[in-house]
Design a binder for this molecule. Structure first.
Ligand code: ZN
Ligand code: ZN
Ligand code: ZN
Length: 130
């Protein structure tokens, strides 16, 4: 039984380990490549399945890139925040939402419109790449 538990949890640990190393959105194929480089024996289909499970559990954030490919990053999507993404190196900063609250207030005042949901991300250059 102990052996079986290890077999079940290990790919998840390996994949989470790869994601933990980088504050960037990675595709399943990129994660698979990194796993191969550290000689982790995880099948690509397992990478896809594990990412889907981590996403459902709210441990990773999913983002569809311009080419339509899904990319993943360790994150807490359930805790409301936004992402500032560097166009040069891909590094992601979590940013809070206080400016949006002010914007929502003025939208309500000027247009009588009440926002009940929003999603946005910011593109630009990080401190290192500027
Ligand atoms: Zn985040
Ligand atoms: Zn950068
Ligand atoms: Zn927000």
């Amino acid at each position: 039984m102990a052996l079986r538990a290890e077999y079940v949890t290990r790919p998840r640990e390996e994949i989470a380990g790869v994601l933990r190393e980088e504050r960037r959105f990675l595709s399943a194929a990129e994660i698979y490549e990194k796993l191969r480089r550290i000689r982790a024996r995880v099948a690509l289909s397992t990478v896809y399945r594990t990412l889907e499970r981590l996403r459902e559990k709210g441990e990773v954030s999913e983002r569809i890139d311009a080419g339509g490919e899904a990319r993943y990053m360790l994150c807490e999507p359930a805790k409301h925040h936004h992402h500032a993404i560097c166009r040069t190196c891909g590094k992601v900063e979590d940013v809070d939402c206080t400016a949006v609250d002010r914007f929502a207030q003025s939208l309500r005042r000027l247009h009588g419109f009440t926002i009940d949901d929003h999603a946005m991300e910011f593109m630009g250059r990080c401190r290192q790449c500027r």
